[in-house]
Design a protein. Structure first.
Length: 312
């Protein structure tokens, strides 16, 4: 049995996430304390007792989801299951920062500060109302790429997230994305829906944010990972600290190649993928990509117990 640890991205955030981990494991609580210290504010209070709308703001959701993933990782480590148990680590969009933390490439404090910067930069790159994203269901990546090209009409419209064989997200100028929704319906999409997001992530409109991240990342130590990391932009394993840094910059404007990443890890012999952190969205995607890969979501003390029992 070969395992990969995978880490969720934006959309998985909920009030109260990670609290029972922090109550059960001192090492998990220490993660939230470290994030609070790094940001100079009580993000943990927002995560556990705050307002869902405020938590969902990109600049809050990103460090909050990383903190929750790392709290779950520390709980596993406290029970004797470290990152050396994994053949690969990978994360969906901001989850790549969690993966790098788990692999020892980034400190939790640096990841928290970088994700706060990333969230703000992505929000500020495009004025509200100018950009949009839409999920196109029931069309494959090649079909959606063709839809996006037809919809662009001189504006930006790109396939941003290749999540699984039947779910691709497009991103770009609002009018172009709206055209893509209509074209996708004509092309036989099961569903084509605008997403409630605050900015058009993972497309060339994010170039100002990529420049901000290049500058921010230049001041942070990134170590060679303890296990191979599968970046979103390449969808194959990498152990070079220099390349991993570059991939974090490219990721801001590049597509999240999740379907390819999962398929590549499965092709390398991975038979189980553990989704570490909030929610189960990645587990659903993984099952749609490759039904032979077993999934396990680990976001609560009970989930940790389930994994331990399975390992016994």
């Amino acid at each position: 049995m070969s395992v990969a640890f995978v880490f969720p991205g934006q959309g998985a955030q909920t009030i109260g996430m990670g609290r029972d981990l922090a109550d059960a494991y001192p090492a998990a609580r220490a993660v939230f304390d470290e994030v609070d210290d790094a940001l100079g504010e009580k993000l943990s209070a927002l995560i556990w007792e705050g307002d869902q709308e405020v938590l969902t703001l990109t600049q809050n959701a990103q460090p909050a989801l990383m903190a929750t993933s790392m709290a779950a990782m520390r709980a596993l480590e406290a029970e004797g299951i470290g990152v050396d148990r994994a053949a690969f680590v990978a994360g969906h969009s901001l989850g790549e920062y969690s993966a790098l933390c788990a692999a020892g490439s980034l400190s939790v404090a640096d990841a928290a500060r970088l994700l706060r910067t990333r969230g703000k930069a992505m929000q500020e790159a495009v004025p509200v109302g100018i950009g949009a994203m839409a999920a196109l269901l029931g069309l494959d990546f090649e079909s959606v790429t063709a839809v996006a090209q037809e919809a662009a009409q001189g504006e930006v419209c790109q396939a941003a997230n290749d999540n699984d064989p039947g779910q691709v997200v497009v991103s770009g100028h609002k009018a172009a994305v709206e055209r893509a929704v209509e074209i996708a319906k004509e092309r036989g999409a099961k569903r084509a829906v605008m997403l409630p997001v605050s900015a058009p992530f993972h497309c060339t409109l994010m170039e100002p944010a990529a420049a901000v991240m290049a500058e921010a990342l230049s001041h942070v130590d990134i170590n060679a990972p303890a296990v191979s990391v599968v970046p979103n932009v390449t969808a194959q394993g990498c152990t070079s600290a220099t390349l991993l840094r570059n991939h974090l910059v490219d990721q801001v404007t590049g597509s999240v190649r999740w379907r390819e990443s999962v398929a590549w890890m499965a092709g390398e012999g991975v038979t189980e993928m553990w989704e570490i952190g909030a929610g189960k969205a990645l587990s659903g995607m993984i099952r749609r990509i490759d039904r032979s890969v077993l999934t396990q979501a680990i976001g609560t003390p009970k989930d940790v117990e389930t994994v331990l029992a399975a390992q016994a």
